[in-house]
Ligand binder design. Structure first.
Ligand code: AMP
Ligand code: MG
Length: 271
C-alpha cells in the first residue's frame, strides 16, 4: 500500500479521528534519520516535477494545509514545500477575512489565490476555515455554513475539470502535543509572536473542532480532491508522509518537457 492509499479519507467514509494515533507512523518502520534520508530523495523528485510542470504549463497543483493551532503547517512548508522553486510557487495564508472579503462570498478570496497552469499553489488554511472556525464560533448561522460543503465540492470539481490537481492534508496532532508546543512557544521569546490569545479559546473547543474536522473530511474528500489525515505529532513522519503523497501525485500528473518550437539541430551559436 502506498502512503496515499494508507492515509486517504476514502470518499463517502467518515474518519474516526479518535482512532487515528497522532504519534503513529503508518507505512514507515524506519527511524527519524532514515526518514530524513528518504525526504532528501523525495525533495529532489519534487524539484524535478515542479520544473517539468512549469515548462509544460498545462496543469496546476493545489496543496491545501489545515490543522489545529501548532499543528505544524509552517514547519511542513519550510521542510517540504521549499523543494519547489519559488518562481512558480505561491503560498497563501488565509487569516481572519478583511471587510472587503466579507462583502463577497467566502470562495472569492480563495479562487483568486488558486494556481494557474504550470504553477503550484499552497494554502496555509483555506476555504475549510469557513466550515471550521466559522462553524465552531458560530460566526454565521447554520443555514449559511451548512450549504458550504456542497459549495466547496462544486468549486473544487470545477478547478479539477480545468486542469488543477488538488490534494488536501489535515495534520493531526494530539492534545498533549499541542500543549507541549504551546509551552515551548511560551518559554521561547523568539516564538512569542506566534502566540495568539485565541489559541487557548480554540483549545478549549477541541472536541467541537474535531467534530467539525470530521464532517469536513467526510463530506469533502472526493476522487478529484481527496483529503489525507497525516499523523503529525512526530514532525519527521509528518514531513515524510506529505512528501511521499506529493511525490505520488507528481508521478501521476507526470508533466512532460515541451517540444522545442523549431528544429534546433542546425543551430550554431556565433562566436
Ligand atoms: P494564523 O494562521 O495563526 O496566522 O491565524 C489565522 C487566524 O485566522 C486563525 O485563527 C483562523 O482561524 C482565522 N481565520 C482564517 N480564516 C478565517 C475565516 N474564514 N473566518 C474567520 N477566521 C478565519
Ligand atoms: Mg496561530
Amino acid at each position: 500500500m502506498t502512503f496515499a492509499d494508507l492515509l486517504r479519507v476514502r470518499p463517502g467514509t467518515r474518519p474516526d479521528l479518535d482512532s487515528i494515533d497522532p504519534r503513529g507512523t503508518p507505512g514507515f518502520d524506519g527511524d527519524k534519520d532514515a526518514a530524513g534520508d528518504r525526504l532528501d530523495v523525495l525533495r529532489d523528485e519534487l524539484t524535478d516535477f515542479q520544473e517539468r510542470l512549469w515548462a509544460e504549463k498545462r496543469q496546476g497543483l493545489l496543496v491545501v494545509l489545515q490543522a489545529l493551532d501548532a499543528g505544524g503547517k509552517d514547519g511542513l512548508i519550510s521542510k517540504v514545500v521549499t523543494a519547489f522553486n519559488p518562481q512558480g510557487t505561491r503560498v497563501t495564508s488565509f487569516g481572519v477575512p478583511t471587510e472587503e472579503e466579507l462583502r463577497h462570498d467566502f470562495l472569492w478570496r480563495i479562487h483568486a489565490a488558486t494556481p494557474g497552469r504550470g504553477r503550484v499553489g499552497v494554502f496555509n488554511r483555506s476555504q475549510y476555515e469557513d466550515v471550521l472556525v466559522v462553524r465552531v464560533n458560530e460566526l454565521v448561522p447554520r443555514e449559511a455554513w451548512e450549504p458550504r460543503y456542497a459549495q466547496i465540492n462544486a468549486f473544487e470539481a470545477g478547478l479539477a475539470q480545468n486542469g488543477t490537481r488538488i490534494v488536501k492534508f489535515y495534520l493531526h496532532i494530539s492534545r498533549a502535543e499541542q500543549k507541549e508546543r504551546f509551552e515551548q512557544r511560551l518559554a521561547n521569546p523568539e516564538k512569542h509572536w506566534k502566540w495568539s490569545s485565541g489559541d487557548l479559546e480554540a483549545r478549549a473547543k477541541w472536541d467541537d473542532y474535531l467534530a467539525a474536522y470530521t464532517d469536513a473530511l467526510e463530506r469533502c474528500s472526493t476522487d478529484v480532491a481527496p483529503w489525507y489525515v497525516i499523523p503529525a505529532d512526530r514532525k519527521w513522519y509528518r514531513d515524510l508522509a506529505v512528501a511521499e503523497i506529493l511525490a505520488e501525485t507528481a508521478r501521476d500528473m507526470n508533466p512532460q518537457w515541451p517540444e522545442a518550437e523549431e528544429d534546433l539541430s542546425g543551430i550554431t551559436i556565433p562566436d
